[in-house]
Write a protein that binds this ligand. Sequence first.
Ligand code: XLS
Ligand code: NI
Ligand code: NI
Length: 437
Amino acid sequence: MKTVFKNISKIKYEGPKSRNPLAFKHYNPAEVVEGKTMSEHLRFSVVYWHTFRNALSDPFGVGTAVRPWDDGSNSVANAENRARVAFEFIEKLGAPFYAFHDRDIAPEGQTLSETNKNLDAVVKVLKTEQQRTGIKLLWGTANLFSNPRFVHGASTSCNADVFAFAGAQVKKALEVTHELGGAGYVFWGGREGYSTLWNTNMKRELEHLAKFLHMAVDYKKKIGFKGQFYIEPKPKEPTKHQYDSDAAACLNFLREYDLMGHLKLNIETNHATLAGHSMQHELEVAGSAGALGSVDANTGDELIGWDTDQFPTSIYLTTQIMLTVLKYGGFTTGGLNFDAKVRRESFEPVDLFHAHVGGMDAFARGLKIAAAIRKDGRLAEFVKQRYASWDSGIGAKIESGKSNFTELEAHMLKQGEVTTNVSGRQEFLENLINEFI
Ligand code: XLS
Ligand code: NI
Ligand code: NI
């Protein structure tokens, strides 16, 4: 096979003392943590869109990315070649998974049937590459936001023909995800939202979104696709208000429209912060509802107010994420999907390696630190003790549903005042966490 990353050999684990920028210092795939290997815990995935399709443009300038293997054309041959390059990259990196939108992997044609043919051609190459390398598809999705037909949204468009097109597109995307053995399928509401309420029937649009997802659930059953469905919260961008705005809004929507059993959440760090939440908060909301499915592992910039999709480097952040993931039992179908892009200034191919190696090492450290905090047990014990008043007496009675206001009044009349509050010890706990970092 022709190689494009000639000067880069397979990235190896060399340990914390290594000074090789193209080696893992902490991600040791076979190392066992809490009874599972690191690679089983972390389930890293490379995204096709940012890593192989993002030209690194911004609103003020054209793309800067140097990608010598890409002839810049919209041809199927270029897409097929790109697929081989993608697998060379993922294989050298040592990530077990990848993820794509239908339009990342193959160009749109003049008609839907031509587009589907293009997709089939590239899927064939992807399938061969998956078999050759053992790399698997974490999830597939459909791009229902780039083409101008989706100007008013896809399933929430005011135009029923657009809903129909989106349905046809997702049907095909589900088929190819199934064909490639995908472990999941993501619905991110690209333009499912509004820019102004003056022209919007919100109730009708939400009902259409729910109908669309029910059709997807039906079709999934019909073709026997066993992968997990996810919905990915994001509050804004491209629309002013996205309907899947945060984890709580998504859960409410899923419950309202009887979809809770069919979709879990794919939580993205930068979307959490855009929504005014921490990633830990979003994971906790999803996890406590039994709906924590997968993670789009990136980060925003504290000083920039949009979805910068940067590679995660903060150990504090990865520790919080892995503590929460472990708390809810770890990933099953999901994983850590690097929905992240290199900066416009980082335009050379080798930057793609630096970015992923750094992200993987940051998460490996987060995992090890989280496991150490759990083994130590002081944090969990503190939280347990904090709620001890609920384990017996009046607390236990309330929790078991056996109390009422009359009894509560009698309890407090007898006691007179609450005398049992103790400190929340936030600083003590922050120091405790830092002992491990
Ligand atoms: C965009 C989203 C998108 C989804 C997949 O902000 O993160 O990349 O993950 O459609
Ligand atoms: Ni994402
Ligand atoms: Ni994003």
